[in-house]
Design a protein around this ligand. Sequence first.
Ligand code: SF4
Length: 267
Amino acid sequence: MSQINNPMEIFKLLNGSNCRDCNEQTCLAFAVAVFKEKKPIHACPHLEKEVIDKYGGAVEKPNTVDEYKSEAIEELKQKISSIDLSQAAKRLGAEFSKGKLNIKIFGKDFSVDSGGNLSSEAHINAYMVVPALNYILNGSGKTPRGDWITFRELNGGPSRYAHFQQRCEKPLKRVADTYTDLFKDMLEIFDGKQIDSHIDADISIVLHPLPLFPIMVCYWQPEEGLESSLHIYFDSASDDNLDIESNYTMNEGIALMFEKIALRHGA
Ligand code: SF4
């Protein structure tokens, strides 16, 4: 792993486009944030995998990703405190009662108060909080159309697809290859539904990370010299209900959760 001694060394690795896909105003601001350990280097979706592998741990503390998420959560909570939650509930077809917006995350009941605090009897994972708050702030309320597209077909998907494969699909495939109960657990823990889809997979499971944001996980078992494969598909109305960064975060969280579950079960 190469060491980094100042922000300019990080800046030189970036493409200099100032495209803001990392949520920083400029590439230089991103380089400084990475150097100060406020952002992981992989938050720039335009870096090659080799660069991330080479510099990924050079300035990051092990908990950098969590710090990054907590910073984003604080910003989103402030935004939530300035909106009318009852209107947001109407827009999203959700319930509003006793000052709280009630929402299903993976089929389980969660509430958000006017300060943006999420509460539930279920476990609250940091990877779910950012997408849930963004969904409440910006989701259009559009009903899913029932046709499935790939991550690459979403707005902002092509530039992030390599990372999506690396951080979301591949880890889930590894779990599916070694931990045969993965899909049974998806049905039980995440309130998934097995469906027959036009995509000719051996197993297709639909999950609802958020009410109007379904995803479909498809797995093809290995056969006669062919490797297994796993892909995650999205409803074609997804872009209207969840931004690409939150979508990525949500799927990264799903993969991490299942890696943990599989490890606990000795896969
Ligand atoms: S996403 Fe990458 S290229 Fe775009 S502004 Fe951020 S650091 Fe620069």
